[in-house]
Design a protein around this ligand. Structure first.
Ligand code: GUN
Length: 297
């Protein structure tokens, strides 16, 4: 049995993604300034948006704004929903050949009714320009423990866990959700850090019991407040990746925040937890695509 610290008298400490993200963006801005002054090419990110999904429009706008603040050049393609698979592939391949584009991001999901093959689109980006870390070669590298761009949200989760100062080695992580962009890659990254990892999903028989074994819980299912506070093991670190819109307005995570905060040692808020980290890591992946790995933490 692993020793776990009890809950603090005032409940959990907040794992503040806004503060962590701001620190990372400030550090990236300094790196870019110094690197460009020393003659390195200015990093460039191309964003591709297909169709008019309002949430995707907001995400892409936020990503581009963050790039501008850090000194990363942006290239943007706003394509109609009916551009079609072949048209989209042509655009992606053109960007891929552009020498000033170091990273490419195709915002997902692609429109449902356009007959798009997401996998083929992701595979059309060179693995070296894959700012999202979604290319099959990069997912394979992660699986094999080889260097390569890692998916941004999982990388943000790991950065937040490191900020707690909690020991990870040998402890039990439970991931709720098995998506290709969060659940599966974060499980591999936790394993890479020598955690014992359980991955739960919609067919898991006794989710409460599995969650109750977690020293570190990562919830990434997209179901509002699926994980009940009473399930959390006292002293656990809770990272909530979910961002769900409540019918009555406002955002909630995949975890019942107030009840979980009574038991956790650390917990991410929603919003202001993992969300801001995703953008910071996208920018870091872009700078690293241009220049190679950065030495900063
Ligand atoms: N849609 C939701 N999250 C992401 C992401 O991290 N990258 C891209 N490209 N699309 C997304």
């Amino acid at each position: 049995m692993n020793p776990t610290p009890g809950p603090t008298a005032s409940g959990a400490r907040l794992l503040d993604g806004r503060a962590a993200s701001q620190e990372l963006l400030d550090a990236l801005r300094r790196e870019v300034e110094v690197g460009v002054a020393a003659g390195r090419p200015r990093p460039g990110l191309a964003t591709v948006l297909v169709g008019e999904d309002p949430a995707s429009q907001v995400y892409v706008r936020n990503k581009r704004r963050a790039c501008e603040k850090v000194g990363i050049r942006t290239f943007h393609l706003d394509l109609p929903a009916d551009v079609g698979q072949e048209g989209l592939l042509r655009h992606v391949r053109d960007l891929d050949e552009h020498p000033e584009v170091h990273g490419i991001l195709v915002q997902l999901p692609l429109p449902k009714d356009g007959g798009y093959d997401e996998n083929e689109v992701l595979a059309a980006i060179s693995p070296e320009k894959d700012a999202d870390g979604f290319h099959p070669v990069n997912q394979g590298r992660l699986m094999l423990g080889q260097p390569g761009p890692r998916p941004c949200t999982p990388r943000g989760v790991m950065h937040l866990l490191d900020r707690t100062g909690e020991e990870l080695t040998g402890r039990h992580a439970v991931v709720v959700g098995r998506s290709n962009i969060v659940g599966k890659p974060v499980a591999l990254m936790l394993l890479e850090r020598h955690m014992t990892v359980t991955v739960c999903h919609s067919r898991t028989r006794d989710l409460a019991a599995e969650v109750g074994r977690a020293d570190v819980l990562v919830a990434a299912v997209g179901v509002p407040e699926l994980v009940k506070g009473a399930w959390i093991r006292p002293g656990a670190v809770v990272v909530d990746v979910g961002i769900n819109r409540r019918p009555e307005g406002g955002l909630v995570g995949d975890v019942e925040f107030d009840a979980a905060a009574e038991r956790a040692s650390w917990i991410t808020p929603v919003p202001g937890g993992v969300g801001p980290m995703t953008i910071a890591m996208l920018l870091r992946n872009t700078v690293e695509a241009a220049w190679g790995p950065l030495a900063m933490p």
